[in-house]
Write a protein that binds this ligand. Sequence first.
Ligand code: T4K
Length: 374
Amino acid sequence: MKKFDKPIYITRPLLPDRTAVNKLFDEIWQSQWLTNQGQKHNKLEMDLQEILDVPYLSLFNNGTIALLVAIKALDLTGEVITTPFTFPATTHALEWNNINPVFCDIDENTLTIDPKKIEQLITPKTTGILGVHVYGMPCHVDLIQNIANQNELKVIYDGAHAFNSEINGIGIGNYGDITMYSFHATKLFHTIEGGALATKIAETKTRIDLMKNFGIQNEEEILITGINGKMNEFQAAVGLANLDLLNKERVKRKKILKQYLDNLKDVPGVDPFIIPENIEHSYQYFMIRVKEEYGKSRDELHRSLKEYNVFTRKYFFPLISNLPPYKHLESADPENLQVANKIVEEVLCLPFYGGLDLMEIDDICDLIKEIRES
Ligand code: T4K
């Protein structure tokens, strides 16, 4: 079996043309305006609002702070029902708001929070539902909204992986009360670190913008307990330059996805995660489930690929409900989270970014086939 002569990572960031970035940086120098709702920030906010097809957008210095603010802006308290199958930031954002996360099992097909199991978890203390569009697969947004309406709950979506995802042509940020996006370096679109909140409610946008700037209304009025969530001009400049690369990158990732699917379709026990056709793909991750018929465990495959210089990731292992800060919770009992506890042992994200060429994808798939037979 052929070992790659350089490490192949799960992702590599988009790197815009340095001349283009330098030009934007020169403009920042001339303006002497480095942060606090500068011109670049404002332009990027408007551009992204259009690209993401959302009524209102607010940029942030990262996705985690954005999520903290979303929870506070909606005045959530007590308990919030959420998925255990996510990156730690989702659940930590609840804890940092002194809210008890209540874990709900996931749907085996979408891997998002299972709406059939939400209602039984609602108590008088429940104030909201926090779903995650994991790997860019949308939650069951209509069913969740019905439950929320019937029980007077707010809905927040963690859309860290769902940049540009659409359901039947509607931007993902139009669902729920607030949607968070992450623009971290590992994301399809990035501002090095960064994020945003989308909402369709004008007053919520006003509250979010106040909150991300310490609650400052003007020099003499500080209205609420805000925080510093501002995106600076350098982050925004990198974002603006990256916007020019976005379409090409998506086209490349689309080809890579097809190459993986063609190569892996007949490998027993390798089950690629498919985004349905009515969903605009976010091209953020390519995940396979490694099942019993593969003959080796997910962990064995993950380890073996490393020996060949292929660094896959077990996103999102370990399950959040099994982590020290959360495992004591009643809702963290694995008996109630059987699907999530099973799935988390099967998932493996393969290298997925435009810088890979199709022959490298063939080689990765050959390794997966050969490891199975070894
Ligand atoms: N909610 C969800 C569902 C999320 O997935 C995330 C973040 C958040 C909330 C929070 O959003 P942010 O506050 O981050 O905006 C990475 C990212 O740091 C994190 O943003 C992302 N999710 C998570 C899924 O992935 P790590 O710890 O796995 O990253 P790391 O450093 O191991 O990088 C992965 C690979 O990427 C490296 O092996 C190589 C490559 N890489 C990475 C960086 C940073 C590069 O080639 N260059 C780079 O600069 O968390």
